[in-house]
Design a protein around this ligand. Sequence first.
Ligand code: NOJ
Length: 746
Amino acid sequence: MQIRTFPSRSSLLFMVALLASAPVHLKAQAAPSAQTATDRPWMNPKLPAEQRAEMVLKQMTLDEKLSLLHGNGMPGVPQWSMPLTALANGGAGYVQGVPRLGIPPLIMSDAAYGVRGSGANGRYSTAMPSNLGAASSWDTKSACAYGTVIGQELRAQGFDMTLGGGVDLVRDPRNGRTFEYTGEDPLLAGTMDGAMMRCEQGQHVVGDIKHYVMNDQETGRFFVNAIISKKAMQESDLLAFHIAIDLANPSAVMCAYNRINGAYACQNSYTLHDVLKQQWGFKGFVDSDWGATHSTVASSDAGLDQEQPMADYFGPRLKAAIASGKVPMSAIDDHDRRVLFGEFVSGIVDDPPQKSVVDVQKGFDTAQHVEEESIVLLRNQDNVLPIDPSRVHSIALIGGHADVGMISGGGSAQVDPPGGNAILPPGQGATRWQEHIWFPTSPLKALRAALPQTKITFDPGTDLASAEALAKQSDVAIVFASQWESEGMDLPDLMLPHGQNDLIERVAAANPHTIVVLESGSAVMMPWIDKVDAVVEAWFPGSAGHKALANVLVGKVNPSGKLPITFPKSDDQLPHATIPKPPAMPRGNPLGTPITGPMSYTVHYTEGPEVGYKWFEAQHKEPLFPFGYGLSYTTYKYAGLTVDSASKTARFTVTNTGNRAGTEIAEVYAQLPHGMEESDYKRLVGWKRITLQPGESQTVTVPIDTRTLKTYNTAQTAWDFAPGAYAVYVGGSSASTPLTATLMIH
Ligand code: NOJ
């Protein structure tokens, strides 16, 4: 990596732009100039980030310090327009730098599964599979490749800060942002999100992990008061954040819109000050979600460092609060030290972004690889899959716009498809908020390319009789069904919308070899499950989803993904049968609405730490598909588990008992000693992806991650590790663990 020192050409241009646009601002500060290398010892990349931050801080005027603590508006949202908004590069926000000291501005873009806003900006960016999809690979190398591509594409577009990194636990699968998160288990979610963000920040962009914390539903998201005990929160949602933050060392953490036990997430001294900063020792800065700042003094005291995207509370009001002594200078210095640390530690000071043309092919290849590892085979009766062209001569491809593309997730995560929405005529321009967007990734074309000898005919599925007729005359029918999701709304339930269940039933009745391909953001309920031969979960599959899917359907790739969330049979199996409606909801585009609401709207997370499979197990409920579940075109046998209590490892052998090579995700769970609170379910403590040739066996050793076995002691603000016998389970899903042994903790 080429390291350059400031001022770079782009920062000089930035200074010129700044001088032209805001001369008063700079003149008013009358700051001394610091131009030469010896005047700027903090520009030495060999020094630790903390030391560099401290050195710069000492040089800064009050106005410079304040300028780092707030945004400057958001392009495209008139209510959020400020004099410097245009400098946001068409992204989501902009924070001034301190050019005279070599401190670059923060130029931010949303980038959950790819860089947002390409349409409006006339740029290209790769869509990776949804974050939940990628979590189904349980592969940290894939997660790293995912983050690397996004980091590189951000820089190529001129951004130096990402707003990705969603790790809120999937506590309710109807949460409309489930696709942006990495599942229901703190260890899996935290590890996968942390791996993505570690590698994204590794490309020298300021990394961000969000939405801290308990932002587990979108309904009433600007004001919902999430009620949960500290103990339960520590052992579930906070644990996922902690694991991700530990792994990624992100420069920033974005606090959420919602309230937690009464206090807004961005002025919640328990979650921000006590937990994030004191208990975990987080050294970076906390930025507010867009419009989630509600106060000056209370927020600063609680640990918010930077208001986004405006300066309503951390602009003139913060300055006034300093003047009146309500906010001490030491607090301002702490906020700034954190922002500066984040800039140094991420590498953006030494290696600022340079606009360039992205490596489009690399993006496609990575997106395809991640999707190939992430597709989950949920059902495969009579080995209908993979499709064997020597037996299958005709295929009916039905519904889901499978002739032109595959669907994607909406909201601020939305990546714009090349050529515009594939289901609309070309030239539609930028995507609109909450529009259902299809990428031009045609399964029809990909399957025709993969099966050149097979007759593949498409029917849109809008006329049931026509779909039925085509299904009847084909050897195999493949129905494409989608469940669209977006920020700003929750799913009413987990049923496929728009009559898709009827379509599947009708086709399945007409063709005994019906395969359903799901493009979903979350879990889906399947009243027709016993009537179809196969179900393939492709998630929101990204820029090369069609190729990955075709490779799986024809067996070029043996599926290996495993569910990162439980699929319930019905909504009433969930801890809450419905998501309660708030008394009043802000209307219209949520980005432009006043962000307040009734304090009375509460959600009681009575299930506590029993999120997802833990709830199902503790309640003795049998889901449709359990957490960790996924089939392969081969079969695996588990044997010979031994647990070494001293080294806290599990050792066992997995054999490929089928006739195809494959990769098995072997899962290790453990259960608290009998009689302890919450000992009625097991917890994921580790896993390993094992690639095996037909007949091959491998003995592997998996470390037992004890973070999920400790219990939080609220009175002592400490974690207890109870002595006793912990049952250890090993197998291919949370519901199939043929091996057991004991871990003794003394
Ligand atoms: C609100 C969303 O909740 C957040 O995820 C996003 O980063 C900001 N808007 C900026 O677009």
